[in-house]
Ligand binder design. Structure first.
Ligand SMILES: [Fe+2]
Ligand SMILES: [Fe+2]
Length: 268
């Protein structure tokens, strides 16, 4: 069962864009994903909130928790993104485009498409959590600990609520074809915006022309693609439910430790 948390994750104005110099490409990829959060998570939260009246009491309770978790995620990422943008002002351009594209989608798409987009995107977020689980070393070798907490807390809660948007979409629509189309669009937009932001940050760090940078970045992008695309394909098949996916067990243990370190700071 997912829990509500309002953690103290003040990254501070002195935080570097490359918050782990041992893993520059991994770090800027994580930053690029962070930049998207304030533009997508409020849309997901609003879509699931609109579905609540059609859900049974237990699904409705899970949906309410989901909405509050997603709004807290984007609130924390917004603060982090402000630090990134102050350090690398050229990141304003991809963010402005994100605002326009996701804003247009949120305004013009039906509730059924929005729920399919949220459900498929949550599957991609879950894939990201599983993929990150295999890249833990990037978080362990000299990384800024507050930024690590921000990302691991978010990914752990994505694992906690992996089924909620899917259940809301199932209750109101359930069209696997719409889900597959929305998932493709979500993945394409994720790829476009993250690669753009990554290029901006690597350019500012004078690493864009180094062959080693491209080699390591290509390996990361390929390995994530091989995690996310098959999971999205499987989840588009009739009869599949996210509960059938096996969670990395350590996220739950990490959250117990995180709650203890945060003094069980929970919203009322
Ligand atoms: Fe989230
Ligand atoms: Fe989520």
């Amino acid at each position: 069962m997912a829990s509500l948390r309002r953690p103290d994750l003040d990254v501070g104005a002195g935080t570097e864009v490359v918050w782990n110099r041992q893993s520059t490409e991994f770090v800027v990829a994580a930053d690029a994903v962070s930049l998207l959060m304030p533009f997508v998570e409020p849309w997901f939260a609003a879509s699931v909130r609109r579905a609540i009246p059609a859900l049974d009491p237990s699904a409705a309770a899970a949906a309410r928790t989901f909405v509050r978790q997603e709004l807290e995620h984007q609130r924390q990422h917004r603060r982090f993104n402000a630090v990134l943008t102050a350090r690398c002002p050229r990141l304003s351009r991809p963010q402005e485009r994100m605002r326009r594209v996701y804003g247009w989608l949120a305004r013009t798409r039906s509730l059924r498409f929005s729920l399919a987009f949220a459900a498929a995107s949550e599957t991609i977020a879950y894939s990201l959590a599983r993929w990150t689980s295999d890249h833990l070393a990037e978080f362990l070798r000299g990384a800024d600990p507050v930024v690590v907490d921000l990302f691991v807390w978010h990914l752990a809660e994505e694992v906690e609520h992996k089924s909620v948007a899917f259940d809301a979409w199932s209750a109101l629509d359930g069209s696997r074809w719409r889900y597959a189309r929305a998932g493709c669009l979500s993945l394409v937009l994720l790829g476009w915006f993250t690669l753009w932001s990554i290029a901006v940050m690597l350019h500012a760090d004078r690493r864009l022309r180094l062959p080693g940078t491209w080699w390591r970045l290509s390996r990361l992008v390929l390995s994530f693609t091989f995690e996310a695309v098959p999971t999205l394909l499987v989840s588009s098949m009739p009869g599949h439910h996210p509960d059938q996916l096996t969670d990395p067990a350590w996220y739950q243990a990490w959250l117990i430790d995180f709650d203890a370190r945060q003094g069980l700071r929970r919203p009322a």
